[in-house]
Design a protein around this ligand. Structure first.
Ligand code: SF4
Length: 339
């Protein structure tokens, strides 16, 4: 096994792409989160549709690899999602229980749709040191003895287009542009890490999938299914027809093209040569890491509508700028990380 692969539970003092991204977005935001270690009282729940769908994907691709790199029943991922949340509903009741149940069902549907649209039959999972490259955690040398760590969702060879790809799942509310992959520094880090592990990839592939459920077609009074263009894929629509005693073939000619215009997932690829990776790693990644590790006492803020509007530290930061009682704001709206 590669010396750069580390156990998921191992405690590491390392930098990550997430930390780097925050630092590049706004250095004051980085100070709050990584130096002062304060977080909003109402943070994101640890269980999200995205995290559960990731678990489903990991279970599926491990099984796919174990099956000689041939497709297996997608149900293995669904089982993994349900097992991941088992027992967590014990203390819930009323609305909380309903919200939790809906979260799980949405994650299952999002996972199944993403997997189907990714087309597993296209892919051969690559092994690193005899181990499938699925959800691997790595730590590679970065600067001053501090490693860079990260989690790679999948490394696989494309049977149709060719080449080995570093693949990342993103479960999102809107699909961003394909060109965004050009600016994806996370992929640069992950591809570079793979090179250090002896795996040469032709590029990165970010697979984005909408993180919500599809709509349910209406059943007309005469028992036929409504032909309105709603957010549902053709296979789901066809299954709905079967579940309601209708032959999907009677709907295919009209509904398959209509529903194919509804986009649920988007695949973005970027080819990167070893030379490009080396240059980006040295100038951008290591350069930023040096800046972070300098531990300056005070950084300038990035004050702009683009960054501030969605910033979780807005009230603390702008309170400081206006000379308000920030201790009061901190006590009421924030807590120490890990509390
Ligand atoms: S509110 Fe704006 S300036 Fe302040 S930390 Fe957030 S992004 Fe930075």
């Amino acid at each position: 096994m590669s010396k750069f692969i580390v156990d998921h539970n191992e405690k590491l003092e390392a930098l990550s792409y997430s930390q780097m991204a925050v630092f590049l977005r706004c250095r004051r935001q980085w100070e709050y989160l990584y130096r002062d270690r304060v977080v909003p009282q109402r943070g994101h729940p640890s269980l999200t549709i995205g995290s559960l769908a990731h678990q489903g994907m990991a279970a599926y691709w491990l099984a796919h690899w174990e099956n000689g790199n041939e497709p297996v029943d997608p149900g293995v991922g669904e089982v993994a999602i349900r097992e991941a949340v088992e027992g967590q509903d014990i203390l819930m009741e009323g609305d909380d229980f309903d919200v939790f149940g809906e979260l799980v069902e949405t994650a299952v549907e999002v996972y199944r749709r993403a997997l189907a649209e990714f087309r597993p039959e296209r892919w051969v999972v690559v092994a690193i040191g005899g181990r499938p490259a699925v959800e691997i955690r790595f730590a590679i040398p970065l600067v001053r003895g501090v490693p860079m760590q990260g989690y790679i969702d999948l490394v696989a060879e494309d049977r149709e287009a060719g080449g080995v790809w570093q693949i990342d799942w993103k479960f999102v509310s809107t699909l961003s542009d394909r060109d965004d992959e050009l600016y994806n520094l996370q992929s640069v880090i992950y591809q570079w890490a793979l090179l250090r592990m002896g795996v040469s990839t032709v590029g990165s592939l970010t697979f984005r999938a909408i993180n919500s459920r599809s709509s349910t077609p209406k059943v007309n009074k005469n028992g036929t299914i409504s032909r309105a263009a709603i957010r549902i894929s053709w296979p789901e629509y066809a299954k709905f027809c079967l579940d309601n005693s209708q032959d999907p073939e009677n709907y295919r000619a009209e509904m398959e093209p209509k529903l194919s215009e509804i986009i649920w997932t988007r695949e973005a690829r970027e080819y990167r040569s070893e030379t490009t990776l080396r240059e980006l790693w040295e100038s951008e990644i290591r350069g930023t890491a040096h800046e972070i590790l300098k531990q300056q006492t005070r950084y300038p803020r990035t004050i702009s509508p683009m960054t501030c509007r969605s910033c979780a530290y807005q009230s603390l930061c702008h309170g400081e700028l206006r000379g308000y009682d920030v201790e009061g704001i901190r006590a009421m709206e924030y807590k120490n990380k890990g509390e």
